[in-house]
Design a binder for this molecule. Structure first.
Ligand SMILES: [Ca+2]
Ligand SMILES: [Ca+2]
Length: 127
């Protein structure tokens, strides 16, 4: 375990990192989100999360990156209803944009547009 790491977070990380490679791939994350205690997310959502949180662009999620991802999933579940203003059960483009801004993600306008086009309508209520 890295010095100063949150033990609970670390235990989640090694549980998700099933091949013990020290980093999490999209496949490992997808499995964890579907079979673990986390609420199911579809593969497109998993890939979106990978894109956002793989801050060093290594193609995988390391422990430091996992901390951000974990917090995001918890925040997401907590505030989803708040942003799903029309109670449609999904978050539309504008709602997604507001949510990401609220979480402190400063995505560039072109990336926001891409996220919005590709994934905005696919993000479903996780409960
Ligand atoms: Ca791995
Ligand atoms: Ca990475």
């Amino acid at each position: 375990m890295p010095p100063g790491a949150d033990p609970q977070l670390w235990s989640w990380f090694i549980a998700v990192d099933t091949d013990k490679s020290g980093h999490i791939t999209a496949k490992e994350l997808e499995k964890a989100l579907i079979n673990g205690d986390w609420t199911p997310f579809d593969l497109d959502t998993v890939k979106l999360l990978m894109t956002i949180f793989d801050t060093d662009r290594s193609g995988t999620i390391g422990f430091n990156e996992f901390a951000g991802l974990w917090k995001y999933v918890q925040d997401w579940q907590g505030v989803f209803k708040h942003f799903d203003r029309d109670r449609s059960g999904s978050i539309d483009g504008q709602e997604l944009r507001d949510a990401l801004t609220q979480f402190g993600f400063n995505l560039s306008p072109p990336l926001l547009d891409l996220v919005q086009k590709k994934y905005g309508e696919l993000l479903r209520a996780p409960f």
